[in-house]
Design a binder for this molecule. Structure first.
Ligand SMILES: Nc1ncnc2c1ncn2[C@@H]1O[C@H](COP(=O)(O)OP(=O)(O)OP(=O)(O)O)[C@@H](O)[C@H]1O
Length: 575
């Protein structure tokens, strides 16, 4: 956790301020019992009303200053903790943003969300507590002890018994509760995971009538978390009564032995009243320390999880010296590329070699799971190859900056993703400074203009979160327009025409031909009709290339291709 506190450097002055005001408040609190003892001895016992009012006035003043100090310390500590939260959230977000898909696969989205929200809030809360208690608890404990000793030395023997008893009670409770707090964090992760999956899959859940089943699964995770919370609270419920019991017995013992000492004339009434209060202050400060010992490990667990995110360096990094000048315009080459997903037994791609030139369409076809998406995901460096290399214009993509590389590419993913905002905003995502004319043109080529113009507000029509207010085919066309507006050197369409009807598919490809005539186009497709006219078709099977050529060439020499074709096209279409 200390590591995270390094981020607090800019707020050092505020933290000093918190310590200062907390110290002032604690000193005031320590002074009050002495003043009370004076009121009893010098005012009440002597019947001196003036003295009572005098000391009472000072007590009010001390208490008033204490309240002001406490308010300022609260305000400052809350501000410091809130700022720490902001810094941590932004650091975690920045790091997560830099992750390659490998790291995303490793963590999972649910835990990354819990770590950015719940874990950081946990640290924020504990930070406020630490700032307030770290100073005040020792001052109150040590100061209280010194002042109690000054009031009556023999009576402190009662404390010598009471404090260890209190320590044992608190330590027993803490040892049981700390591991449970750590468990709570993991269980919150689980709830987030279930919740996220259920919410994103709500349509499937409704369609398959599994609402009841899913509810039960959520309830299981929920009950699991609740039970852990109940366990924690059951133990914590013992804490206050046990501590109060020890404290009440301590008060009783002080009054008992103090009474004996008063009756012997070795102690006065004021000193006994003050001593009782100091004893309570000492024990409360021990309690504060105990709370810190319980809460800090909980925040420590959160801190470890945050540090894990911050310490995980993205596997894909820019080279020290990057190449920025290129002689070609999107000439793509795969040289003996082999790639495996982390933890997979078999490589997803084996020994892939091919060339794709500007002005040509290179199509990739193959059965599901044959590695088509994996192959195109390697081009923008979502993952790095295990061996071999991918070159653009003769330069290994690992030798150029990721920004330069990705600027060359217009990527249309298999699953069209839209963001909340207008249709124009979504297309402009491809090119920040795109003019209205460019956006309109991209939409026209993507065969999206007609449906956009039929929508309320046209290009200003708002897309809802996750793009739920447009159809699958419309989503695909908008994500194609987003890639087109970039006018990139390399277009990658990962099964991006699958949701289009045949007529729109054909019209789109005809329009694309003109638009992409100077670019290298890679099309992953399931439908043979979509890629029949491609300059080069690559047939993948279980991660290997089993054929490269035109439609005609492959029909003659590639069995796998022939099988795919005959399962989709009629005899006349093949001919
Ligand atoms: N993130 C991942 N982690 C581990 N394995 C993966 C991952 N993504 C894909 N795979 C595996 O890699 C293989 C190739 O998957 P890929 O998505 O490239 O196939 P595909 O040909 O695009 O299939 P489809 O046509 O169904 O989209 C599959 O066996 C798949 O299970």
């Amino acid at each position: 956790m200390l590591r995270l506190y390094k981020f607090l450097k800019p707020y050092a002055l505020m933290i000093v301020g918190v310590f200062f005001f907390v110290t002032l408040q604690s000193l005031g609190d320590l002074y009050l019992p002495t003043l009370m003892s004076n009121i009893i001895n010098e005012g009440v016992m002597q019947g001196d009303t003036k003295r009572i009012l005098q000391i009472g006035g000072v007590m009010l003043l001390v208490a008033g200053v204490g309240v002001i100090c406490s308010v300022i310390a609260s305000f400052l500590s809350a501000k410091v903790a809130a700022n720490l939260g902001t810094i941590l959230r932004s650091k975690v977000f920045k790091r997560v943003e830099s992750y390659s898909l490998n790291e995303f696969d490793k963590f999972g989205t649910a835990t990354l969300i819990t770590r950015t929200t719940n874990d950081i809030t946990q640290i924020q809360t504990v930070t406020i507590m630490i700032m307030r208690m770290m100073i005040s608890a020792p001052i109150m404990a040590i100061g209280g002890l010194i002042l109690a000793l000054r009031k009556d030395r023999p009576l402190t023997l009662v404390l010598a018994v009471a404090i260890p008893v209190l320590a044992i009670v608190v330590a027993t409770i803490a040892s049981k509760v700390i591991p449970l707090f750590k468990l709570v964090q993991v269980k919150i992760d689980k709830i987030n995971l279930v919740l996220r999956e259920k919410l994103t899959g709500i349509r499937v859940i409704r369609a398959f009538n599994t609402v009841e089943l899913e509810r039960r699964r959520f309830d299981e995770a929920n009950v699991d978390l609740t039970e852990t919370y109940i366990k924690v609270n059951r133990i914590m419920a013992f804490m206050m009564p046990s501590i109060m019991l020890v404290m009440n017995f301590t008060s009783l013992a002080i009054l008992w032995f103090g009474g004996i000492r008063i009756s012997k004339g070795s102690m006065d009434l004021g000193a006994l009243a003050a001593f009782t209060q100091y004893a309570m202050q000492i024990m409360f400060s021990m309690l504060m320390l105990a709370m810190m010992f319980i809460m800090v490990p909980r925040a420590q667990a959160a801190a470890t999880r945050i540090n894990e995110v911050l310490d995980t360096m993205p596997e894909i990094k820019d080279a020290e010296k990057t190449v920025d000048t290129f002689t070609g315009r999107g000439y793509l080459e795969f040289r003996n590329v082999t790639f495996s997903y982390e933890g997979a037994e078999e490589p997803a791609l084996k020994n892939i070699s091919f060339k794709a030139n500007p002005g040509e369409v290179t199509a990739i076809i193959g059965s599901t799971g044959s590695g088509k998406s994996t192959l195109v995901n390697l081009i923008p460096r979502f993952y790095d190859v295990d061996s071999g290399s991918i070159l653009i214009d003769g330069v290994d993509i690992r030798e150029m900056s990721q920004e330069t590389l990705r600027n060359k590419i217009g990527f249309v993913p298999q699953k069209a993703i839209l963001f909340s905002g207008t249709i124009a905003d979504n297309i402009r995502f491809g090119k920040e400074d795109a003019t209205d004319e460019e956006i309109r043109h991209a939409a026209e080529v993507a065969q999206a203009l007609e449906f956009i113009e039929n929508m309320d507000g046209g290009f200003n029509h708002e897309i809802s979160q996750g793009g739920t207010n447009v159809s699958g085919g419309q989503k695909q066309r908008l994500s194609i327009a987003r890639a087109l507006v970039r006018k990139p050197e390399i277009y990658i369409f990962d099964d991006s025409f699958s949701a289009l009807d045949f007529k729109t598919d054909a019209k789109l490809r005809a329009a694309l031909k003109k638009e992409t005539k100077d670019s290298t186009v890679i099309i992953v497709a399931q439908r043979v009709a979509t890629i029949m006219d491609a300059d080069r078709i690559i047939v993948l099977d279980e991660g290997r290339i089993v054929g490269i050529g035109t439609h005609r060439e492959l029909l003659e020499k590639c069995d796998v291709y022939r099988e795919i074709v005959s399962s989709q096209l009629s005899e006349e279409e093949i001919a």
